[in-house]
Design a protein around this ligand. Structure first.
Ligand code: PRX
Length: 660
C-alpha cells in the first residue's frame, strides 16, 4: 500500500479499490446524445476559468449584468460583482414565460401514498403566496428564517419564497433534536421558524412541532412559528401558542396579495446558511450567496446529470442537507427540471418503495447515497426485480466513497448495465459538485469520483504543501475559487480562515484525503480530521463527546468513527465513568439516548466501551488515532508518546472481548 495518508477509517481502503480494475466508458449511444461531448472543455476552462464561469452565468436571468466575474482577495471571494438577480425568479418566474409553465416542477409523493404534482405555474403561485405570508409576519430582506420540516412541497416553496424577498433561510434536518434546533436558531438569530404538525416516517408521525416548541422556548430571536398542516388534527393535535404560532393555511386565508415582486438582489446577497459539523463541538454555519451559487449548481446539474427537457429527476436526499438545497431545489429548478420528491422511508410499506417510485413516475435520473445502495444490497435483489426500471438512463452517488462492490451492484441491479454512474464528490462548503465524471466523455472506474469538474483546480498535497506523486495519498485541496463556494462561516469569519485557508495559505483545505492514479483519476480516502461520516452525514467527534460528557455519569469521553458495512462509518465511544458509577447495560442505553436527545438520532453511538482512562499524549491530548486503530483491528503505530501505555492494552483487551 503506497498511501501515507491516515484516513479516518472509511470502508473504502486502497486495497479494496485495487481489486476492481474494470473501467466503464459511456456507451456510444449515450455519448452521442450527451450534453457535453467535447473533452476540450477541460482545457478551455483551465486556460480561462473566469471566462468559463462567465459564460456559464449567461444561463441565468440577471436584472443587472455583473461588472467583474471574480474579486479574489484570498480567502474572500465575490462572484459576478455588481450583478443583480433573484434565485426565486430564476427557478420559477422565468419558466412560466415559456412552454415550461405547464411542465411538472415538483412531483411529490407522501409516505402514505398521497400525491401532488405542481407545475411551474402552480409553483409560481405557491411561492408568491408563501412570500406574502412571510411579509405579513414581518419578515424582511436580510432576516433569517429557520425551517424544521418534513419533505413536503411547502419546504421547497418556503425556501424559494425566502429567496424571493431576500431573507436567508436555514434548514435544520428534521432528525435533529430540540437542542440542535435551538442552537442553530440562536446562532443564526432567525426571526421565524417554519415547521409542520408532523411528517410521516415508517407509518408513524415525526412530532416536529413538539420538538420545535421545546427548542423555541429558548430562542429569544424567534417572533413567530409558522405551522404547515401536514398530518392533520385527527392524526396529531399540536399546541398552538397564542400570539406566537400561526397556521399556514389560516395565514393564507388572511393575505390579499397574490404577487410579491422578487427583490433585485446583489449577486453576493446571502441565500442561505447551512450548518455542518467540524472538528469542534460547535457546528459551522456555511454561508452561501446568490449569483455564484446558482451558476455553479445549475451548470453542474445540467452537465453531470445530462439533464434533458423531458427527464424525470429524483435526488433521494432530504432538503435538510446541502444535497437537497443544491440538487433538489436550486440547481434543478433553475434548469426547469421535473423533480421528484418523496416524504418517507425506503422500506415503507415494503422494501421496494424506491423502485416502485421509479416505475410509477418513469424516473430517468436517480441520485442517491452509497449507504442506501448497501442497504438495498442487503435487502436483496428481489426488490428492484419486482419493478420495471427501464426508464432509468443515468445514476449518481454522493456522500461518501462508494465501495466497488456497491457500485457494481447499483450498475447491474438498478441500471441493468445501461446507465452511466456519476460518483460526485463535494461538500456543504463547496456548494456544488467538484469532482465527478462528465458522463458522455469520462470512462468511470468503480470507487473513483474521477476528475475535477471543468474550472475546478483540485490537487493533492503533502504536509509541506507539495503536490504528491501519483498513487500516494495526501490532503485534497482546491487551488482556485469557484462560484458556489461558501463565503464564510456565519458570525465567525476567523474560524473560516483558520479551518479552510490556513494550512496552505490561499488554498482551500477540504479535510479529505485522496490519491490520484496514473490516469489522473481521484480516489477519495475519507476524512483526515475528526469528522465522522455516518450514512453520508457529517458528525464531529467533539460534538458527540460534548454530548456524552454532559451526562452526570461521564467523566471523559472519546469518540471515533469505526468502519461499518452499511453506514460507512459508525460512532464508537470510549467512556470513563465518574467514580462511583458502575458501567452496565442500563447506563449504556441511557448514554445512547442522551446523545440522541442532545444531537439527534443520527448521532446515536453504535457501541460504547468503558475504560478507566483514555490514551493521552504527555500534553494530555486524547489519541483518537490509537482508538481507531484498536477499533479497526490494525497494528498499533508508535505509542511512545503515550502518557501511560498500559491504558491502550486494557482498552484493546476489552474491545477484543466485546467483539467475541
Ligand atoms: O468526506 C467527503 C464525503 O462527505 C464530506 C462532505 O459531507 P457534507 O458536507 O455533509 O456533504 C455531503 C454531500 C455533498 C466530504 O468531505 N463525500 C461526499 N461525497 C463523496 C464523499 N467522499 C467520497 N466520495 C464522494 N462522492
Amino acid at each position: 500500500m503506497s498511501s501515507s495518508q491516515e484516513s479516518s477509517g472509511s470502508v473504502t481502503t486502497i486495497d479494496a479499490l485495487l481489486q476492481e480494475t474494470r473501467t466503464f466508458p459511456p456507451s456510444a449511444a449515450f455519448a452521442a446524445q450527451a450534453n457535453v461531448r467535447d473533452a476540450s472543455i477541460y482545457q478551455v476552462a483551465h486556460d480561462d476559468p473566469e471566462g468559463f464561469w462567465a459564460s456559464a452565468a449567461n444561463r441565468l436571468d440577471w436584472f443587472q449584468r455583473w461588472e467583474r466575474v471574480l474579486e479574489w482577495d484570498a480567502p474572500w471571494a465575490k462572484w459576478f460583482v455588481g450583478g443583480k438577480l433573484n434565485a426565486s425568479y430564476n427557478c420559477v418566474d422565468r419558466h412560466i414565460k415559456t412552454a415550461r409553465r405547464n411542465k411538472a416542477a415538483i412531483i411529490w409523493e407522501g409516505e402514505p401514498g398521497d400525491t401532488r404534482v405542481l407545475t411551474y405555474r402552480d409553483l409560481y403561485r405557491e411561492v408568491n403566496r408563501f412570500a406574502a405570508v412571510l411579509l405579513d409576519l414581518g419578515v424582511r430582506k436580510g432576516d433569517r428564517v429557520a425551517f424544521y420540516m418534513p419533505m413536503i412541497p411547502e419546504l421547497a416553496i418556503g425556501l424559494l419564497a425566502c429567496a424571493r424577498i431576500g431573507a436567508p433561510h436555514t434548514v435544520i434536518f428534521g432528525g435533529f433534536s430540540a437542542e440542535s434546533l435551538r442552537d442553530r436558531i440562536n446562532d443564526s438569530q432567525a426571526k421565524l421558524c417554519v415547521t409542520a404538525d408532523g411528517g410521516w416516517r415508517r407509518g408513524g408521525v415525526v412530532p416536529l412541532k413538539d420538538t420545535t416548541d421545546a427548542a423555541v422556548a429558548q430562542t429569544p430571536s424567534i417572533e413567530h412559528v409558522l405551522v404547515i398542516q401536514r398530518v392533520g388534527s385527527d392524526v396529531r393535535q399540536v399546541q398552538m401558542q397564542e400570539g406566537r404560532d400561526v397556521w399556514y393555511h389560516e395565514a393564507l386565508g388572511r393575505i390579499t396579495q397574490k404577487y410579491v415582486e422578487p427583490e433585485q438582489l446583489d449577486s453576493e446577497h446571502p441565500l442561505y446558511i447551512m450548518y455542518t459539523s467540524g472538528t469542534t463541538g460547535k457546528p459551522k454555519g456555511q454561508l452561501h450567496t446568490t449569483g455564484g451559487y446558482l451558476v455553479g449548481t445549475s451548470l453542474t446539474h445540467e452537465w453531470i446529470f445530462d439533464l434533458k427537457e423531458d427527464d424525470v429527476y429524483w435526488c433521494t436526499a432530504d432538503i435538510g442537507w446541502v444535497t437537497g438545497h443544491s440538487y433538489i431545489v436550486y440547481g434543478p429548478l433553475a434548469n426547469g427540471a421535473s423533480v421528484v420528491m418523496y416524504e418517507g422511508a425506503p422500506d415503507f410499506p415494503d422494501k421496494d418503495r424506491f423502485w416502485d417510485l421509479v416505475e410509477k413516475y418513469g424516473i430517468t435520473i436517480l441520485y442517491t447515497a452509497p449507504t442506501s445502495i448497501r442497504t438495498f444490497m442487503r435487502w436483496g435483489d428481489q426488490y428492484p426485480a419486482m419493478h420495471d426500471l427501464s426508464s432509468l438512463r443515468l445514476m449518481g452517488t454522493v456522500g461518501e466513497p462508494i465501495n466497488p462492490e456497491a457500485w457494481i451492484w447499483y450498475h447491474n441491479n438498478i441500471g441493468h448495465g445501461n446507465c452511466p454512474i456519476v460518483d460526485t464528490w463535494w461538500q456543504t462548503e463547496t456548494g456544488e459538485i467538484m469532482i465527478t465524471p462528465l458522463p458522455g466523455i469520462i470512462a468511470t472506474k468503480p470507487g473513483s469520483a474521477t476528475r475535477p469538474f471543468p474550472g475546478i483546480e483540485a490537487d493533492i498535497l503533502d504536509e509541506a504543501g507539495n503536490s504528491v506523486p501519483n498513487n500516494v495519498g495526501g490532503n485534497l485541496v482546491i487551488k482556485r475559487p469557484w462560484p458556489a463556494m461558501s463565503r464564510t462561516i456565519w458570525g465567525d469569519p476567523d474560524r473560516y480562515v483558520a479551518t479552510y485557508w490556513s494550512k496552505y495559505p490561499g488554498v482551500y483545505l477540504t479535510g479529505d484525503g485522496a490519491r490520484r492514479d496514473d490516469d489522473g483519476y481521484f480516489w477519495l480516502l475519507g476524512r483526515v480530521d475528526d469528522v465522522v461520516n455516518v450514512s453520508g452525514h457529517r458528525l464531529g467527534t467533539m460534538e458527540v463527546e460534548s454530548a456524552l460528557v454532559s451526562h452526570p455519569a461521564v467523566a471523559e469521553a472519546a469518540v471515533i468513527g469505526a468502519s461499518d458495512p452499511i453506514t460507512g462509518q459508525a460512532i464508537v465511544a470510549f467512556v470513563t465513568p465518574r467514580s462511583g458509577q458502575q458501567p452496565n447495560d442500563a447506563l449504556t442505553a441511557e448514554l445512547k439516548e442522551h446523545v440522541v436527545q442532545s444531537i439527534g438520532a443520527l448521532a446515536r453511538p453504535k457501541r460504547i466501551y468503558y475504560t478507566a482512562e483514555l490514551p493521552k499524549t504527555r500534553s494530555a491530548k486524547i489519541m483518537r488515532r490509537l482508538l481507531r486503530d484498536i477499533a479497526e483491528g490494525r497494528v498499533l503505530g508508535d505509542t511512545t508518546t503515550l502518557l501511560d501505555p498500559n491504558v491502550v492494552a486494557q482498552i484493546k483487551e476489552q474491545y477484543a472481548a466485546s467483539e467475541g
